[in-house]
Design a protein around this ligand. Structure first.
Ligand SMILES: *Cc1c(COP(=O)(O)O)cnc(C)c1O
Length: 386
């Protein structure tokens, strides 16, 4: 089976991990700060806070921005459930904004329309979470302008987008947001096995995310309610969690970051090749907005229903049967049973639902060979021309 995504582990990665295993610190040592610095410097952000997953990073970002009961968090329905669940973890309510039909990202026009209604009804969101689907940056200038006008905070879910750029600058520099979150799951662009990280330019938000990462405990006398009792002293000043990244993971991350730009360039070469090879097939290839340079975590095609070819589901099944590990990103979050029980229903976000009826993620990862890619295209061609 050719998977839709997979990690690339080199001898340098293995050496980096082994050297941590032989060192004094398996956790809470020097590698996590080094990884944080490597990512912050690469993307051009002032601060980075590494944690054990992007899900944890979304959670502590929401907490650091003050999300709580009575607040609203809005995101896109076309995302992994974690982009929405982080709001529920904080006791807030979650709502969605439909996607743009070309980029599949949160539509700024739909966002404005929904904000105008919410302003009249007195239920504006505290946080909006745009997701850079497939690695293609959202229209951040437009979303940021709405944040200024309507007074909400922005967390970019850039789980697909590390190494991508928006208007020439790396995703994660937070020029148009409060916090940006990355994922280092093995299917993503660079990996730490499990892992996530949040960048920000706000020192206070960074400090609060560090607190929530580790039990809400501080050893900094400036953050304590009174002078330390002694050198052993620490205080718990918030209710935090254990979301720490290990030294082993951070060492793998530091080593992988060396190859980030190379990985993204390889993904772009593969995407251009797919674009050419698929041009004559009755499928829609990904449209790229000129403002963005995608991280290209995913290469999603759409198989329009109707016509005389196989249905979307049949094409999907034919690919799987042919040894191509395709996937579907994503089932609209509002149609998940957990969200339907909160009152959402099919029909609420039609563009996201139409996308779901047609989307297929083809294999896309840095080490995918041209021979493998040819097999994907051939299997797809046979399926759609059936
Ligand atoms: C993978 C992913 C996450 C969650 O990442 P983890 O590191 O697995 O917690 C969140 N949002 C999106 C869009 C993702 O693709």
């Amino acid at each position: 089976m050719i998977p839709y995504g997979r990690q690339d582990i080199t001898q340098a990665d293995i050496d980096a991990v082994v050297s941590v295993l032989r060192s004094d610190f398996l956790t809470q040592g020097p590698m996590v700060p080094r990884f944080e610095r490597a990512v912050a410097d690469h993307v051009g952000a002032a601060h980075a806070v590494a944690v054990n997953s992007a899900t944890s990073a979304l959670h502590i970002a929401c907490l650091a921005l003050g999300l709580g009961a009575g607040d609203w968090l809005w995101t896109t329905p076309t995302t992994f459930v974690a982009s929405a669940n982080c709001g529920l973890y904080c006791g807030a309510q979650v709502d969605f904004v439909d996607i743009d039909s070309r980029t599949y990202n949160m539509c700024p026009r739909a966002l404005r329309a929904k904000l105008e209604v919410a302003a009249r009804e007195g239920r504006l969101p505290k946080i909006v979470v745009p997701v850079h689907l497939c690695g293609q940056p959202c229209d951040m200038a437009a979303i940021h302008a709405l944040a200024v006008e309507f007074g909400f905070k922005i967390i970019e879910d850039a789980s697909h987008a590390i190494g991508g750029r928006y208007r020439g600058e790396y995703v994660g520099n937070c020029r148009h947001s409060d916090v940006t979150v990355f994922s280092f799951h093995p299917v993503k662009i660079v990996t730490t096995a499990e892992g996530g990280l949040a960048t920000t330019n706000d020192a206070d938000v960074a400090r609060r995310m560090e607190l929530f990462r580790s039990h809400g405990i501080t050893r900094d006398p400036l953050q304590m309610t009174h002078a330390p009792d002694g050198p052993w002293y620490y205080q718990q000043v918030e209710l935090g969690y254990n979301y720490r990244m290990t030294e082993i993971q951070a060492a793998l991350g530091v080593s992988q970051m060396d190859r980030l730009d190379e990985y993204v360039a390889q993904r772009h070469a593969l995407a251009r090749r797919y674009d050419t090879l698929l041009a004559s097939l009755p499928v829609i290839t990904p449209w790229q907005h000129p403002d963005g340079y995608s991280g290209l975590h995913l290469y999603v095609i759409r198989v329009p229903s109707g016509g005389n070819g196989l249905s979307h589901a049949a094409v999907f099944e034919a690919l799987r049967a042919g040894g191509i590990g395709v996937n579907l990103h994503y089932i609209p979050v509002h149609t998940q049973p957990y969200y339907q029980a909160m009152g959402f229903a099919p029909g609420d976000f039609p563009e996201a639902e139409r996308y779901y009826e047609e989307a297929i993620s083809l294999p896309m990862y840095a080490t995918l060979t041209e021979t493998e890619q040819d097999k994907v295209v051939e299997t797809l061609a046979n399926a759609v021309r059936h």
